[in-house]
Design a protein around this ligand. Structure first.
Ligand code: ZN
Length: 133
């Protein structure tokens, strides 16, 4: 039963596409002009905070240029952006980011289904429940 059938890549794609459909444009950006195609960008990176990998408030559509800037800028610009735009979610994510989540095939398939139905609100509920909220 430990053999996993659903690749994470498939869940990541479904989630990214849903985030891009939700936002439709580069939403977290500095004053630099946008450049490149839209991508799904995580505030807390997937590597540092796997528990928040599919948490909708942790992801925003950004053009390639601002996505790159987001992960290279060290002056706290994007953290302030989140503090201004989503302070409650930021506070919750700070508490939850180090928790453990087991990405079973069942959980992965539910996330994919909800993303394909554009129900990121329900993905948020699901992740919060998995993280013990
Ligand atoms: Zn941009």
């Amino acid at each position: 039963m430990s053999h996993s059938m659903i690749p994470m890549k498939k869940v990541q794609q479904a989630f990214s596409h849903a985030v891009l459909r939700r936002d439709c444009r580069c939403v977290a950006r500095s004053f630099e002009p946008c450049g490149g195609s839209l991508e799904c960008s995580h505030f807390f990176t997937q590597g540092s905070s796997p528990a928040l990998m599919f948490y909708p408030a942790n992801a925003r559509a950004q053009c390639r240029r601002h996505h790159w800037e987001h992960h290279c800028r060290k002056d706290g610009f994007y953290r302030r952006w989140l503090e201004m735009n989503d302070p409650e979610e930021l506070e919750w994510m700070e508490r939850a980011r180090s928790r453990f989540i087991r990405y079973t095939d069942d959980l992965k398939s539910r996330i994919i289904e909800l993303c394909e139905d554009d129900r990121l609100d329900l993905v948020a509920e699901l992740v919060r429940k998995e993280l013990g909220e």
